[in-house]
Design a binder for this molecule. Structure first.
Ligand code: COA
Length: 414
């Protein structure tokens, strides 16, 4: 961190700085308390959580020697069609209940953004616990997702074709390397896909009992075609009698793989209700079911993105229509993205440079985050009053350029 930040509030001196290695257990406890826990851990739990924190760039807010705020970021890459975007994955954001609404997050976030920029990140991304928190820092909803509920007795599929390969059952640990192979194959096909780190794959395989929320151990089913892994599903049995099921991740490289994975899940006996997390908004499943009303669909925001380097982010993708578009970006929280840019895009890629041209569209940096991966059409945001169209027809042009063949999607939770 470039310099320590001092914040004088209510006669308290709050200092934002990186916790030292021996302060990481206290940092972990502060996170637990900030999220509503008691800050107490089993020894094994504290060691595991400290390992997770060690793999991040943490910031703590100190009131004297007490940690009263936490924020960390992970070095990630976000997939786009022409390049991967170096991304700070913001996580562990908490302020102690004793110190809320005194501007502590408003000091931690800029400190983290300044360091992320210095270290070359072009974007920051996060999951928001509440929608009111992050817009002020320039984050906009970039990706949406759906969660499902379905009774197993209504899961008959309309598709009769049989997958060419075979499903094999694995424990979570044994399934990791093949699941990871599938994950990497799918990455290139989905804008917004965040690449899970080696550490995170390792932790998935540990699956400690205290981290299961009373659900079963993690099970994995892998779909193989000629011994090549083409799809995986991670799931847990849930409920006291283990008579329900929660699908955590279901990822297939193509229709054949997804069909095999759904067939496998829907064929597991002694299951009443199935819950499914994190599906893309253009999922094929709703169209694969015979009973088109069986699926309870719950739409949610997924990743919020804050663009820090506009040219790098807009040049990381191909565009669905060839065109030039001048965009004015307003950025009142740090100014990293502020300016007017000329985007020249085509199916081959793009250039994006600062320009003196008068802007055809004007938007806040958070809104630029919402259109960048094709998650929301610019014209919808125009109709919402969130993009100003200064030249007639430029919203339609932006719609045609920014639309993606597949909806953006991500399954990495952080
Ligand atoms: C979210 C949280 C970190 C905010 O920390 P904080 O130090 O209280 O935030 P700040 O004082 O810097 O708030 C800055 C502004 O955001 C607003 N704000 C912050 N959290 C908010 C929330 N949850 N809902 C609505 N507004 C919120 C504040 O009112 C303030 O607005 P103002 O500038 O107009 O007065 C804290 O409330 C918290 O720990 N919540 C529980 C854990 C959590 O949800 N973490 C987020 C995980 S994604």
């Amino acid at each position: 961190m470039a310099s320590h930040l001092l914040l004088i509030m209510n006669k308290q001196k709050i200092e934002i700085r990186r916790p030292s290695p021996d302060q990481l257990p206290a940092f972990s406890r502060a996170i637990s308390i900030g999220f509503g826990g008691a800050g107490t851990f089993l020894d094994e739990q504290l060691a595991h959580f400290t390992n997770i924190v060690e793999a991040t760039y943490p910031f703590a807010a100190f009131d004297g020697d007490q940690i009263v705020g936490s924020l960390a970021y992970i070095d990630y890459e976000t997939v786009n069609s022409k390049a991967r975007i170096s991304t700070a994955g913001i996580t562990m954001v908490t302020v102690s209940p004793t110190h809320r609404r005194r501007g502590i997050l408003s000091k931690m976030m800029p400190a983290a953004m300044a360091e992320a920029v210095e270290r070359g990140h072009a974007m920051a991304s996060l999951y928001a616990s509440e929608p009111a928190i992050y817009g002020r820092f320039g984050y906009g909803v970039a990706l949406f997702r759906e969660r499902y509920k379905i009774s197993r007795n209504r899961t008959a599929l309309a598709i009769t074709s049989k997958p060419a390969g075979e499903m094999r059952y694995k424990s979570a640990k044994d399934g990791i390397s093949d699941a990871r192979e599938v994950f990497e194959k799918v990455a290139s096909t989905r804008p917004g896909w965040i690449i899970r780190s080696s550490n995170e794959w390792k932790w998935l395989g540990i699956d400690p009992e205290w981290d299961r929320n009373d659900d079963s151990e993690l099970h994995t089913g892998i779909y193989y075609v000629n011994d090549s892994p083409e799809g995986y599903v991670n799931y847990r049995r849930t409920g006291d009698g283990r008579d329900n099921m929660r699908i955590i991740e279901l990822v297939g490289v193509d229709r054949d793989a997804e069909l095999a994975l759904w067939n496998y899940c829907f064929g597991i006996d002694l299951v009443g209700e199935i819950q499914v997390g994190d599906r893309p908004v253009d999922d094929a499943l709703p169209w694969m079911l015979q009973d088109t009303r069986a699926l309870e669909r719950i739409p949610q925001d997924c990743i919020w993105s804050r663009i820090l380097d506009v040219p790098t982010v807009l040049e990381s993708r191909a565009y669905s229509a060839t065109g030039d578009l001048s965009i004015k970006v307003i950025d009142e929280s740090g100014g990293y993205a502020a300016g007017t840019y000329l985007l020249s895009g085509s199916g081959d890629g793009a250039t994006c440079v600062p320009t003196d041209k008068s802007p055809e569209l004007t938007m806040n940096v958070a809104i630029l985050g919402s259109i960048t991966f094709g998650g929301t059409r610019p014209s919808v945001l125009g109709r919402s009053g969130l993009i100003d169209e200064n030249a007639v027809g430029s919203l339609s042009k932006a719609d045609a350029m920014f639309v993606t063949q597949k909806a953006p999607w991500n399954v990495v939770d952080f």
